[in-house]
Design a protein around this ligand. Sequence first.
Ligand SMILES: [Zn+2]
Length: 376
Amino acid sequence: MKTPFLLLLLVSASLYSCTFNSKSNKIQIGKTEELKDSVQEIKLLFVGDVMQHKTQLNYAKTDSGYNYSSYFKHIREDIQSADFSLINFETTLGGKPYSGYPLFSSPDELLLEVLDSGFNIILTANNHILDRGKKGLRRTLSLLDSLRIQHTGSFQSQEERENRNPLWVEKNGIKIAFLNYTYGTNGLTVDSPFIVNYIDKQIIEKDILKAYKNKPDALIMLIHWGEEYEMLPNKKQVELANWLFSKGVHHIIGSHPHVIQPIQIVTDSLSNQKKVVAYSLGNFISNMSRKGTDGGMMLKLTLQKDSITQLKSCEYNLVWTGRPIITGENNYILYPSSTKDYQLNNQANTLRNNFLNTTRKFLNDYNQGAREYLVQ
Ligand SMILES: [Zn+2]
């Protein structure tokens, strides 16, 4: 397994050289303890796939609707500590009848819990966004609009795509452009005027040029790609990442494989800027139990702007999905790697430790420059 990935890294190393010491694992640019007045910061948090399988529907159902209040209760503060928290919403809000795999339609309560927990940007370019066809897409996007939530990745019209692609955010004088694409939509298509952003180099290049006209301090690509259950990025992902960097993308955050793939931080040889590629954040919450799919990572990037904007830190937390059948709880709960003691039963403890230990060992072998943080 190791050799092919290392070879691919060598391919990318011809474009970028990594200056990070994997032992220290912490990126710290500058030594400022307190920020100078002229230095501004922005904190971004990214998570992987939010899914809603049939078993999750069953556990969430109550006499008065669907209850997801347990899902994110241990990580709410962490999610809310970022200026912008982004989530890959890998289902639709297509209305009743609700359904799990293979054609997802989730209760609106799931979105409300996601928002109440602190996520404020929803990503919709993924292979399940058309699971309920045109009606499902329209309902999903209309609901997001009615709640005045920022979202990108799929659109109800060309005009909407003009406005939300890239999706712009600004905080503390730092302006960020987000672009979101998927490799496909499981063979389902929609007619005009609906648009899903597919990975297409010509289109992406145009979108990047459009973003640069508005002078972003950072351009971040959220991309749904890769092969399911593969721990290492394939050749296509590595090549596309290198191409995106060569076109001016600053950071790349991936999803879709349902397992965590490594994070690399590379230094652009021309600008000397540090750039992150997180190949896959893994699942965020799902009913999957196959090896490596019962967890994922929350990734935090802190960007700092002085005369230019640079990566200040890149850290991740490992999040394990406690399924009720394992934990004996009434519903699903995400357990972060944390300083807290969650008092899980023996079976849950064993599975959580397996996930944490296996993932840590893997990332220790393959990550370049990112380090784990614990939820306080
Ligand atoms: Zn997917």
